[in-house]
Design a protein around this ligand. Sequence first.
Ligand code: 2AM
Ligand code: CA
Length: 271
Amino acid sequence: MSLYEFAQGLILEAGNKVRIMMKEDLSIETKSNPNDLVTNVDKATENYIYDAILRSYPDHRVIGEEGHGHHMEDINGVVWVVDPIDGTLNFVHQQEGFAISIGIYRDGKPYAGLVYDVMKDVLYHAKVGEGAFENNHELKTIDNTQLNQSLIGINPNWVTKPKMGPIFSEIVNQARSCRAFGSAALEIISVARGQLAAYITPRLQPWDFAGGLIILNEVGGIGSNLMGEPLTIESANSILVGNKATHNEILENYLNPHNEVLTELHQRFRK
Ligand code: 2AM
Ligand code: CA
């Protein structure tokens, strides 16, 4: 079995376990703030994925949201970047609209991305250079679009903030309309499917975007931080992903003019 096949089997089995665990009462705790939740299912799922990887590949390393590998000195060798449940608020409040997200890197280079929409039972996956798939169906290269004829993804919470709000609201005004799904991985997938032209957010951790970004790149979409710089899995990032045309339009017309403010926010949010 190839590493890619192993990863597909693993994410499907982890999702299966999530669906079973959801039938029991959740134990919910808060993390950094009252809206930052973690459940027993997040933790159990990350542990399950971690143990399974290390059992089959003892020399691989795992960066996971719920505690694994947060202080890696380097990203040499094979590194799995794992979010056991992306969209925890959806998981807790809606029992759907969340995903398991996995990005696999070899010596810092993307190897494969997997995002599993657990309740829809749809697996998005891509091995770099071999196309991206929704279950067994190949996704096509995404079209370039213009912002005023497109939907974009943005969480309205950010538009209310004093410094970034005014910058983001210009983008919101220009777009045909906006959507907020509450799972970064699924929003990036929505860009990869050509449903959203872009997704923008001031702060994501590597596990929120790694899997989705690898899939998006495979269908011709691009990602950067809000200053247009490349994304890294070594720290938190601000994020703009999109089809090439909309990404460039947002960056050049709406973000670059505010580079100073955005750089300051980016530095603050990276921690
Ligand atoms: P999570 O559910 O795995 O925590 C929308 O809220 C998306 O952004 C979700 O994918 C969520 O991931 C992530 N997210 C929410 N708050 C965040 C924060 N302060 N830093 C980084 N990612 C965050
Ligand atoms: Ca999570």
